[in-house]
Every structure is written in C-alpha cells, then in structure tokens.
Design a protein around this ligand. Structure first.
Ligand code: NDP
Ligand code: 2IT
Length: 452
C-alpha cells in the first residue's frame, strides 16, 4: 500500500507534542493510520492546507478549580475541564465525566472522538468533552449538589445553547444534569433549555434519551450482523459495565431475542445462565446506586466473580456478542485472544475506545466484526441533538417518534461506515470506514471555513 509521508510526519509531530497524553495519542494513531488511503489521494492538497495539523489540535482547552464543601464541613478541591475540540459543524457537543481517573489526556481523547462521532450523526453538532477528577462514589445527594453547583459556577462562562452543550457520561446522569441545569438557570437568570441535554422529562428532557446510547448500539449491531448474514435471534451476549449504556444495551438486546449472560462493574461480574434480570440490575444501579454483586441477594443461583489481573472477569465468559459498555482500554490484546478462542462473532463498542488498537487489529484479523465506538455509540449524542431540536421548537415528540428517528440515524451511520470501507477496499473494516466517513465531513467543513 502506498504510504503518505505527510500523514506520518503529522503523527510524529503530534506524538512528540502530546508525549505525556497516552489516551489522546492512542486515538490519534488509530484515526490517522486508518485515513492513509484517503490522505494519499489528496496528499498535496491537504498538506498545502495543513489540514491534519489543524484537525489534531483542540480549538480550546479550559481547565478550572472546583472547590466544594463535603458533608463533614471539610473543604475539597477538584479540577474541572472542558475541551472544545472542533466547532466546524455546530456548537461543541459532548458529555461530562466525573471519575477520579479524569485528566487532560482522557478529556482530549474523548473530545477528539466526539468530533468524528458527531459528524457521523448527520446532525449539526461539533465535538467537545468535559468533566472532573471528582469521585461521585459514596457521596451524599447534598455533596453531589454542592459539587455540581461549584462546577457550574465556572463552566457557565463557556457554554450556551449555541456555544457548547454538555450532557452526561461516566458518573453524570439525570441527577447531576438536574443540579447543573438549576445552577446555570440561577446564575444566568435565564431559562435556556438547550444548554444541557439529558435533562429530566419535566423540564425539557427528551423521551428516549436515557435509552438512546444502548438502544442505538443494538440498532447498529443489528445492521452490521444482518449485512453479514448473521441472525441476532438466539445469540448470547456479555456486557461490560452496568451503567446507563450497559443497562439499555441489555434491554434492547433482550427485545431482539439475545440472551445476556453477564454484566459487570469495576469490581467484578455476575453471570446468570437464565439471562440477566434487568429489573434487578436497574434497582441496584439506578435506584440504590449499589454494587453488581448485590444481584446475588435476589438471584442466589447466579455466580459472582471478582476482577483480578488484566482481563476483567466478564470477558472470560463465552458468548457470541461482546458489548464493552464501561470504559476505555477494557479489552487489551490478551483479552482479545480470549474472546477469539471462545468463538466470539462480534464486538460492539458501547463505551468510548474500550478496545486497544492492538486488540482491534487482532479481532479483525480473526474475523470478529468490530462495531466502532464513534459510530456504534453515537445514538446517545444523536438523541441529545434531537433534545436540542425539541427545545428550540418548544415542543416534544413521543417516545416512539424519537426512537424511530434514532433507529434511522443508526442505520444511516452504519451505511456510511460500510460505504466508506467499500470505497477504499477495506472489506468489513467498519472502524476505518467510520473514521474515513467522519473525516470527509469534518474536513470539508473545515476547508470551507478557511484558516481560523
Ligand atoms: P455510567 O457511569 O452510567 O456507568 C459506567 C459503568 O462502567 C459502571 O458500571 C462502572 O462501574 C463501569 N466501569 C468499570 N470500570 C470502570 C472504570 N475504570 N472507569 C469507569 N467506569 C468503569 O456511565 P455510562 O454508561 O454513561 O458510560 C459508559 C461508557 O459509555 C463510557 O465509556 C462513556 O464514555 C460511553 N458513552 C456514554 C454515553 C452516554 O450517553 N451516557 C454515550 C456514548 C458513550 P463502577 O460503578 O464500578 O465504576
Ligand atoms: O460519549 C458520548 O457520546 C456521550 N457521553 C454523550 C454526549 C451527549 O452530548 O449526549
């Protein structure tokens, strides 16, 4: 294959410049490498515009102090971020993550991926991401509220319905969005519904937003499998995670006739040979905010395995469909080898970058279909964009209307991945297909708007 010297030099320069940011470098390598054939075709043109150099540099990185008072009256300080990566297609859009692991590298990788993902939705949204190294685990409601209010005191300077529209991600769900929205409304003395998405249904939220990422993942999976003549009905699945994405992926999988054998959290996984009972998982995670291990209190016949080593226990369970819906780099090369040995057919990335670059290569080389995160989990942000549309119209669609739009969007996203892979002779490499299709859109928008 012809190589692009331009692409290689941009990657080298970016690697040197971002040497201390491994997650950001990982996504840059995956994306740029998969664009080789596209860049080779337009080498001189892109080089003359310094297009790739401009693509890999965030438009703006905001970092701020978040002081707050805990239930004991102690003063705590966390660090907040918002990375506004690329606004060529629309206002910056992307979630907020509250997790102790949050740092600038993770924020940049997520915001970069979000730019590509949002382009694939076909809706007018640019790419951004934010969050904090705050750990919500074990905090009281009041502590969460205090933190969210302090976080918003600063964040409000940088967001707005036509500027930047945050939503949820790990550790940020309906409760947090409510507190963030309340504080924004108080500070600005303004009811600006479209400033945040994932809102409660009583104050401007969209029906089906909560379900959208997981449902969308399964709509994409169905397109991918049926295109490859594989029936979904009767298959088995395991799901890493038991948060928002995992729960609604499991719900839709079950509706499609797939048996979900196991789900997990960061401590370990539960295996239920009769299929996971989602009502129990919802009660544990959405109501009690407990641990997945508690599933055994309701289903004593289920098995719980604590995580140990570098392969989360959930991936040692044999299943046809593997749905990583927890966090980044959950599936490394060693885990990919276990999945292949166990006869997995497909991996659907509900989480962002859950599979390392080496693991993706190994899975694809061994005929496991990979549904790439940027495409397969885009249903969440797409439905956020539908929430923004409803807010602008001061109107709301029914659950069925939103769900139907989501399904069509996911079908269209899969088609873009498939067509781009075909055009460049990449077979069923939908990972490259997603990157190419998204790049084509973002790059055209950037070129049209000049050097800004
Ligand atoms: P939640 O906070 O609702 O759930 C996260 C789940 O992942 C929990 O079960 C958590 O377990 C588990 N987990 C395991 N290991 C880790 C780890 N090291 N760090 C963080 N979580 C871990 O988050 P979401 O379901 O919203 O997000 C899951 C993934 O999906 C993330 O990668 C997110 O970026 C992505 N995503 C989310 C979208 C959304 O709309 N929410 C849209 C598109 C992608 P524990 O409780 O033990 O921490
Ligand atoms: O990773 C993601 O796409 C999200 N966390 C959802 C972002 C959004 O704006 O709904």
């Amino acid at each position: 294959m012809e190589k692009s010297n331009y692409l290689r030099s941009v990657l080298e320069e970016a690697s040197a410049k971002n040497a201390t940011e491994p997650e950001f470098l990982q996504t840059l390598k995956e994306v740029l490498t998969s664009l080789e054939k596209v860049v080779v075709k337009n080498e001189d043109y892109y080089k003359s515009l310094s297009l790739l150099e401009r693509l890999v540099e965030p438009e703006r990185i905001i970092s701020f102090k978040v002081p707050w008072v805990n239930a004991k009256g102690e003063i705590k300080v966390n660090r907040g971020y918002r990375v506004q990566f690329n606004g060529a297609i629309g206002p910056y859009k992307g979630g907020l993550r509250f997790h102790p692991s949050v740092n600038q590298s993770i924020m940049k990788f997520l915001a970069f991926e979000q730019t590509f993902k949002n382009a694939l939705t076909g809706l007018p949204i640019g790419g951004g991401k934010g969050g904090s190294d705050f750990d919500p685990k074990g905090k009281t409601d009041l502590e969460i509220m205090n933190f969210c209010q302090s976080f918003m005191n600063e964040l409000q300077k940088y967001i707005g319905a036509d500027v930047d529209v945050p939503a949820g991600d790990i550790g940020v769900g309906g409760r947090e969005i409510g507190y963030l929205f309340g504080q924004y409304r108080k500070i600005r003395s303004l009811y600006e519904a479209g400033v945040l998405t994932g809102k409660g249904l009583e104050y401007g939220g969209s029906l089906a937003r909560k379900e959208a990422t997981g449902y969308g993942l399964m709509y994409y999976m169905r397109e991918m499998l049926t295109t490859n003549n594989i029936e979904l009905k009767g298959k088995t699945a395991v799901i890493s995670g038991s948060g928002n994405v995992a729960i609604y992926a499991a719900e839709k999988a079950k509706q499609m006739g797939i048996k979900v054998l196991a789900m997990s959290d960061s401590n370990g996984c539960v295996y239920d040979e009769n299929g996971i009972n989602l009502d129990i998982v919802k009660e544990i995670k959405e109501v009690k905010r407990g641990r997945i291990k508690e599933y055994l209190n309701s289903v004593p016949s289920a098995k719980y395995t604590e995580n140990s080593g570098t392969t989360p226990a959930v991936y040692t369970i044999k299943a046809d469909i593997i749905l990583p819906c927890a966090t980044q780099n959950d599936i490394n090369l060693e885990t990919a080898k276990i999945l292949v040995a166990n006869g997995a057919i497909a991996v659907g990335e509900g989480a962002n970058m859950p599979t390392t670059n080496e693991a993706i290569e190994y899975l694809q080389a061994n005929n496991v279909l990979v549904a790439p995160a940027k495409a397969a989990n885009a249903g969440g942000v797409a439905t956020s964009a539908l929430e923004m549309s409803q807010n602008s119209m001061r109107y709301s669609w029914t659950f069925e209307e939103v769900d139907k739009k989501l399904e069509n969007i996911m079908k269209n996203i899969f088609k873009q991945c498939k067509d781009a892979a075909q055009e460049y002779g990449l077979g069923v490499n939908y990972v490259a297909g997603a990157n190419i299709a998204a790049f084509n859109k973002v790059s055209k928008a950037m070129i049209a708007q000049g050097v800004i």
